[in-house]
Design a binder for this molecule. Structure first.
Ligand code: PEP
Ligand code: MN
Length: 624
């Protein structure tokens, strides 16, 4: 049951309720939902709901009408995020777990880990204790296998997950791995569930072969009731009458689970389909359906795998899948981050002055704006954010060391480049160290209870109006431009006039507790903004894929062609070319170029030398 407390309940009255629950053997959690204080309890300590309702300081009692309590969304309205090393499961970034079915030997594991890490996996998998259908099949390497997994973490900085098949292995898995997996066959091994509930490490709980969603959540409830709230649910296909796939992948479990529980859910298309060719299509569908992550079997030599070779991807197939997911994820407001682990390390180990706290990133506008969202997407939740009022202030803050990073929008797929930021990149001596692309969705946001027909005046950033032109033209509204979309929402909230609305993202509606009156009203849904991250120094975060340069050429025939030819001769693909007027020199231009190469890599030094010869001015903005 949920005991909703009066806002002004005294500590004494609250303690009294807690001790009644404690003495009655209930497991309870204190919850804060949209400013309300609630105690969620798994039992009623032998008292009827009316008894609690009559206690001083209690507003009302709401029964939790599902069999599962602690895992229920009612008990914890916000999504749970589970920290695994530098990785956060359940956030905006898709978490891809990859590796072979079983640890077979050191070479196989190190080779596979190196590949999946390179292509974007953030957690490594491998079974050391294999629950096999046949007692004659390979049963796993045991502790030797776990030691190899621990070496993967040391070498590649990837957390590792492995399956536990009996409580007797608890000490061993605790010693070597970051996440313990409970396999499909053990989903209702209640002694094992209680054991992992006490281990204090995140648990990846697979759905049983024939388990209903409720049975699966009841198994998660076992783990939470032992005090471990860090459970990642993993759908891996269920038994049906269909023989063309190993199991039937229940993707509809994703929206069902998202509604019923706050726990993150990932999809294992490998065990679900059992056939390599079917894995990528289902992985793409899982991301589109809202999964928080994937678990994919990848083997460096699947044809010689000791288990599940037929469903294991070749590393090249995994690379292709990751690139596809990178494109799909922003459509559903998520991100595949190829730099996830490197970035986390680089930010974590940044040099900062004595006593300085963690890294700080500056962005324009309010909490809930697209820039804010892009910051969280790029850095995760372990960065301090600093909100400023102009783009120039972002560059200043980074230059003056008040911030380590700045994040600025550089172009939009509909409205083109943000020229002010191009000019600032030229003026300031900062480096581009990363980029991120966000899908921009606009909603009509108003006061709870208001309807679209009540609206007379609408606030937004001018780009918001421009991007929702068709929708706006159907109404006779007064348009009020403000500096960012989140500010528009705050503004209408503060004014309290129910005939006013704002055009903004759904995050702003959530933050300010306002209602979405109409969703997805932008004229063109293919609306993306690309942001770049600037810093004083390059990040030590591994291989770079892209570079940005600015150059100018003399005003003579063929000079731009000569510069471009340097890239062509080196087989380098340009992804953007734009010209900007040079201030104070009418009709002379700077060229801004993005290309697919790390021009600061030693191997490309001759290219830069040649480019210098062909240009009057050259500045490398950064490689990332
Ligand atoms: C595994 O992940 O290796 C495994 C055995 O999966 P499941 O328990 O889903 O069959
Ligand atoms: Mn397997």
């Amino acid at each position: 049951m949920l005991i909703v407390l009066e806002p002004e309940i005294s500590q004494e009255n609250k303690n009294r309720i807690l001790s009644i629950l404690r003495e009655g053997g209930c497991i309870f959690r204190e919850i804060s939902d949209a400013g309300q204080n609630i105690i969620g309890s798994t039992g009623n300590a032998g008292h009827p709901p009316e008894y609690f309702e009559s206690l001083p300081g209690v507003a009302r009692v709401v029964p939790v009408n599902t069999a599962f309590k602690l895992v229920s969304r009612q008990m914890h309205p916000e999504d749970t995020r589970i920290r695994v090393g530098d990785v956060s499961v359940g956030g905006d970034r898709i978490v891809v777990i990859a590796g072979p079915c079983a640890v077979e030997n050191r070479e196989q594991i190190m080779a596979t880990a190196q590949q999946v890490r390179r292509y974007g996996a953030v957690i490594f998998r491998g079974g050391a204790f294999k629950p096999r259908t046949s007692p004659y099949a390979f049963q796993g390497m045991g502790e030797e296998g776990l030691k190899i997994l621990a070496e993967v973490r040391e070498t590649y900085g990837m957390p590792v997950v492995t399956e536990i098949t009996t409580p007797a292995q608890a000490d061993l898995v605790m010693k070597y791995v970051d996440v313990v997996q409970v396999g499909a066959r053990n989903m209702q091994n209640f002694e094992l569930l209680k054991c992992v509930g006490r281990l204090g490490k995140p648990v990846l709980l697979k759905r049983g072969l024939s388990a209903t969603i409720e049975e699966w959540l009841m198994s998660a409830e076992y783990i939470l009731s032992e005090g471990n709230d860090d459970v990642i649910l993993c759908e891996r296909g269920i038994r049906t009458f269909e023989p063309y796939t190993r199991n039937t992948l229940d993707l509809s479990a994703i929206p069902v689970i998202k509604n019923l529980t706050h726990l993150p859910v990932i999809i294992d298309p490998s065990h679900a389909t059992g056939i390599r060719e079917k894995v990528s299509p289902m992985a793409r569908a899982a991301v589109a359906a809202g999964a928080d992550g994937l678990m994919i079997e990848v083997h460096n030599d699947p044809d010689r795998a000791l288990s599940d070779g037929a469903q294991s991807l070749y590393p090249a197939q995994f690379a292709k899948l990751m690139r596809d997911l990178y494109v799909i994820a922003p459509v559903v407001d998520k991100q595949v981050d190829f730099g996830y682990l490197d970035k986390a390390r680089a930010v974590e180990h940044m040099e900062r002055p004595e006593g300085g706290e963690g890294g700080r990133a500056a962005f324009l506008g309010e909490i809930g704006s697209n820039s804010h969202k892009a910051c969280i997407r790029y850095f995760g939740d372990r960065i301090n954010l600093m909100s400023v009022n102009t783009f120039r202030e972002i560059f200043e803050a980074v230059k003056e060391e008040q911030a380590d990073f700045g994040l600025v929008p550089i172009e939009n797929s509909l409205s083109g480049s943000v020229h002010e930021n191009y000019d600032l990149l030229l003026e300031y001596d900062l480096r581009i160290v990363g980029e991120i692309m966000l899908r921009v969705e606009h909603n009509l946001i108003g006061h709870p209870g208001a309807g679209v027909d009540d609206i007379a005046r609408v606030y937004s950033h001018p780009q918001g109006f421009q991007q929702c032109r068709q929708y706006i033209d159907r109404h006779n509204w007064e348009l009020m431009p403000v500096s960012d979309t989140a500010r528009a929402v705050r503004h209408i909230k503060e004014r309290g006039d129910t005939s006013e609305a704002a055009l903004a993202g759904k995050e702003a509606a959530e933050i300010y507790d306002m209602a979405i009156l109409e969703e997805g009203i932008e004229t063109n849904p293919r609306n993306y903004t690309r942001f770049v991250v600037v810093a004083r120094h390059p990040l030590a975060n591994g291989k770079k894929e892209k570079s940005s340069l600015i150059f100018s050429t003399g005003n003579k025939p063929g000079s731009l062609f000569e510069a471009m030819k340097v890239f062509a001769d080196n087989g380098i693909n340009l992804v953007k070319l734009e010209s900007r007027p040079i201030h104070g020199k009418p009709w002379e231009y700077m060229f801004y170029v993005d290309l697919e190469a790390d021009v600061e890599d030693d191997s490309l030094a001759p290219l830069l030398d040649r480019l210098l010869e062909k240009t009057d001015y050259l500045k490398v903005l950064g490689s990332y």
